[in-house]
Design a protein. Structure first.
Length: 337
């Protein structure tokens, strides 16, 4: 082979080797960046947990517990141990008023956070303080899909499915493990995605909840997929959250939507929404209200006209927000006595 050809061959081999090394290096960098992402999420969560203890220490005993929900069907089988033999670990905040008379039994509020990939942060601290001041015990389940607990927990998200069971299991944990909780006086309170969870949990287990509050609730997944932002138009995201697309299994989305399950309502219900909600459009909630009326259900609701704060209008610190939350507390008091 002429020297020129040999040089070309050696150069090609070296270039190929260099490119292969760069590809391996690039993949390694990607893996390390992903690992760093989950570590930072865990650090953010741990920092916010410290704030919970600091900001409520004067009024509440704050704890964080771990219990189990249904197995995670997305988990990789290990050692030949089937997934259905491994219940999933779930995390939950527990808030108990410091002045509570623990020789008696008291009402419990279950407070699932909004957002599928979100978590229960100190954004809610003023609401929990108000609940503590009224003598409620509060638990806040961090159902599967919540952020701050690593990749596997995040990817276990099951929108309107097993996450509901996680939340109900959190209620059951409190009733079974806190002797001062009255299991016959339990309500569930949620905003946005938490509102969907609140309604579906009580639809599934009316014997376990005496009242439901659903603020700006996700109500119709089929409608939401049609009008919401780009994330709901990404087939990969839809499959991660629901397992299938509506085209493949439209009934799956109906089964997970409150508007398609109103006939199962047996629990007192209060709904709030606002006409300027840029997340869960009020038309979605209005459809829920119309469906409840058509089903002959008795419930309470209020549609606010362009309330300041939009989607968050009664979770912020305005006078209107506090007034609206008082409507919630009056409703809960009426049904939990």
């Amino acid at each position: 082979m002429p020297n020129g050809g040999l040089s070309f061959l050696l150069g090609s081999l070296l270039l190929g080797s260099s490119l292969a090394a760069q590809e391996v290096s690039s993949k390694q960098v990607d893996r390390e960046l992903q690992s760093l992402k989950w570590e930072l999420e865990g650090l953010r969560k741990a920092t916010d947990d410290v704030l919970w203890f600091q900001r409520l220490a004067d009024l509440a005993e704050v704890d964080k517990v771990t219990y189990v929900g249904p197995p995670n069907p997305k988990r990789t089988e290990i050692y030949g141990i089937a997934n259905n033999r491994v219940p999933m670990k779930v995390y939950q905040y527990v808030f108990v008023p410091r002045k509570l008379d623990k020789t008696k039994r008291h009402p419990l509020l279950v407070l699932p956070h909004g957002g599928t990939h979100a978590d229960f942060t100190t954004y809610h601290v003023h609401i929990v303080r108000e609940m503590m001041a009224q003598g409620y015990i509060v638990v806040a389940p961090e159902y599967r899909g919540s952020t701050g607990y690593g990749k596997e927990f995040y990817e276990a998200a099951d929108y309107g499915g097993l996450e509901i069971d996680d939340v109900v299991a959190g209620r059951d944990w409190a009733v079974e493990n806190l002797p001062f909780v009255d299991g016959n006086r339990t309500a569930i309170v949620g905003w946005s995605h938490g509102g969907l969870i609140a309604m579906m949990a009580a639809f599934d287990h009316p014997e376990k909840f005496k009242a439901i509050y659903a603020g700006v609730p996700v109500s119709d997944l089929l409608a939401r997929l049609g009008y919401a932002g780009d994330e709901y138009k990404d087939e990969k995201v839809i499959r991660e959250l629901f397992g299938k697309t509506p085209t493949e299994d439209v009934d799956r989305f109906r089964r997970r939507s409150p508007v398609w399950n109103v006939q199962r309502l047996k629990t007192p219900l209060l709904i709030h929404t606002s006409t300027n909600d840029q997340d869960v459009n009020s038309v979605e909630v209005e459809q829920l209200i119309n469906a409840l009326k058509a089903a002959g259900k008795t419930f309470d609701h209020k549609i606010y006209k362009d309330a300041p704060g939009g989607h968050s209008f009664n979770r912020i610190d305005t006078a209107l927000a506090k007034q609206s939350r008082q409507e919630i507390y009056d409703f809960l008091s009426k049904h939990l006595k």
